[in-house]
Design a protein around this ligand. Sequence first.
Ligand SMILES: Nc1ncnc2c1ncn2[C@@H]1O[C@H](COP(=O)(O)OP(=O)(O)OP(=O)(O)O)[C@@H](O)[C@H]1O
Length: 587
Amino acid sequence: MDEHDIFKLITAGVRFTKKPKKQAPAKLQPQPEVFKQEEPVKSDKSDEDDQETTEFRLLAGGSDSQPKRKKSKAGKAPSSKELELQRASDEANETRRQYGISVLGKKVPPPVPSFEALTRDFKLLPRLQQNLLARNFDQPTPIQMQALPVLLQRRALMACAPTGSGKTLAFLTPIIDGLRSHKTSGLRALVLAPTRELAQQIYRECAELTRETGLRTHFISKVSEAKQKHGAECKQRYDILVSTPNRVRFLLQQEPPLLDLSLVEWFVLDEADRLMEEGQNNFKEQLDDIYAACSHPTKCVAFFSATYTVPVAKWALRHLKNLVRITIGVQNSATKTVQQELLFVGSESGKLVAMRDLVRQGLQPPVLVFVHSKERAKQLFEELLYDGINVDVIHAERSQHQRDNCVRAFREGSIWVLICTELMGRGIDFKGVNLVINYDFPPTTISYIHRIGRTGRAGRPGRAITFFTQEDTANLRSIALIIKNSGGSVPEYMLQMKKVRKSEAKMRAKKPLDREDISTKIRPEPKIDEIHKSAKLKKVEKTEKVLKKRQGTENDLKSKQKKLSKIKVDLKAVGKRKGKGSKTNKM
Ligand SMILES: Nc1ncnc2c1ncn2[C@@H]1O[C@H](COP(=O)(O)OP(=O)(O)OP(=O)(O)O)[C@@H](O)[C@H]1O
């Protein structure tokens, strides 16, 4: 079995043989036969769910789009046309079952089993055909098999397929085929991704696929450059724009706007669930403005991700006409090509010991290491650099130039270990990453699925090690379940742990644990007055809580709270001046 065979098998996900209705629990059943566009997606109350917004559902291969067998009138034999339709539909469903493809929607076109069938049936642009052939891919992946014909028919699509299963090609090919040749009218396709690195990667793939088609693709690297590229005086118009939402919105907000999106026929969101997240520092608001500016009445809208949340599905069902939903394998699950391990390291300082142990045993580069903040990324970088490891670090505080260099060096193999934050957790396709280390426990299962998906891509095997301490046990059960569901083994006690309340899981996702610094430096013992002050601060906070609960006049409460917060600010200022001196580290 070669790499490609493994890829096909793995990305096809789990297959289920149809069981009689009585035996299968309701939540494991495929979707109902008739597709109801208006019906909101309900959150499955499955045990695995540790987040309010996460939808875990096992979907059987097959389709609700299957034409129902017409009863022949008064025993009349079906016509040859009817028989032909039935045969085609049975064949499509068999392919779907074989590759773990589930579809929801009306009249979903059959999956295309080969690139030859695709080019023949859809008469793909000849130059695009050649560019696809040049990639030397033997066969479309399951998501490509089903998403390509759907998008080539310009249907609205919400697609969910495992990490590293070729979703990028699944949306770029129909865009390029749909646009065909360059037009000077302006932008006709917009692809949005949550990070600059991912947008740049999509742009590079688009540049390869559009080679010699005449189509012009642009990636907004610097907004300052965008004025010349897109402003009114710009003569050379682009056909496809790949960007992050904030850059696009910035250009739309200029007076006069530097972007005209009224001709956009293709609107694609990669990592759609991340882009649609609401709340502070999220993209949803920007996306609303951008979507409103894409006023073309018949634009094709497509959402892609390896994970989906209920609000995204609800939005799609409410706003997109004639929507098709595709799921490959089990929704919101980790890719099966990754061998996953959970490693108990005791305490924060135990992580450095474990890391050094792994290095001593011999790391097989390239290795990606995830931590939860830029501060921690810098700290770990210093430590590993000191150990003489060929390491670099990437986080939002580094300049664009530094980030680009870092990504390039890691791709080229001159950097062996790359420390990163959530910034690199999604979408980035580093070829051949052998190992992902979750130095800091991922804040959510969704984050875990994406982080470990940086390895084990395109059918290659990968390995992921997740460190956990006593403090991380709250989310341990849900991640252990993800590992179990993707074929890995985990100790039984982890699965028996208490389920975290949704509110707590949500809070943890928003506010990760306050962890001890990563350092082997010996720190001075805290001075007595500092200990005293931190105890006093705790007391103040406690009193504040009690006051909030207590009934009393509002004014009284407010003035007391004012006094307390002043004391708190003063104490914090003292604490800050003393800095990290109060922390101890045992290493
Ligand atoms: N048909 C194919 N056969 C083999 N490899 C493929 C095929 N299509 C794409 N690939 C390769 O698979 C790798 C992963 O593709 P891609 O980055 O599109 O994955 P993805 O599904 O978007 O992953 P993620 O969810 O992590 O963003 C890429 O290196 C790509 O070149």
